[in-house]
Design a protein. Sequence first.
Length: 297
Amino acid sequence: MHPDAWHLTHDLDDFLTRADDFLRSRPALHTVQLTVTDALRRQGLRAFGEEAPLFGTLSDETGGVRATLLHTPPFPVNATLLAAAEADALAARLVDVGRPVSGISAEHDTAAAFAAAWQRRTATAGEIHQRQRLYRLAELTAPERLPEGRPRVAGPADRDLLMRWYGEFMAAAGLRAGPDAGEWTDVRLAHDGLTLWEIPDGTPVAMAGVTPATAGQVRVQTVYTPAHLRGRGYASAVTAEVSRAALESGTGEILLFTDLANPTSNGLYQRIGYRGVADFAVWEFADLSPGRPSGAH
């Protein structure tokens, strides 16, 4: 496959004109690109970093789109399902245009194929940073025993706490790429995107977030309980609550990603009704600059 089969652009509208139907055809597998492009539309093209995002489409024999890519530095490239030859053509195209790439985030086999192609074409070593599983809510099952307390949607008065917990969450998850804590918090407060579980005296003890609805789906994100409060059912309770609220709002699909290295969180989500859809991987390539970040959207 010739590298020019990949059409690259910095124009979000051009990309969505070409790719929107394709992305919406399999919204679960394409959830990251759907939610990220929605955020770029709402917040501007610098929502995830100062460097201009890059978008790409790969056409099939009929002129339709069969694969897409999204790159919002400092995050890794995100690609939809690719065969080995398609991944190699993408790596070649990015090399041809001089695009620095710190990593790849994609379905497991796609990520491995791109990482191998990138290493062949750049002599850059790569390694898996994280193995993930994408889950979809099948049927919500409330926790057998809820902890004391209640859920509530976070508000501006919680901003300092949310900023601190976001930093702790990023450190615990080993993620180094992400917006400023204040910016992250403000964006989510603006769409009521964070829910807290608080104990009877009003003290918050856990949080969970959801993305804005797009293409009939939301994704649960940033489920966090401070280390000294874990093991009491707070994360399960707040995740069940944001899942319930999404269902009652009419959302068709509720999704989330987990780190497969964390059996506690994977077990928690399965107990409340989430079922696996596909496995993904985040690869990191050798340092391109000092302090290179890594992570996923």
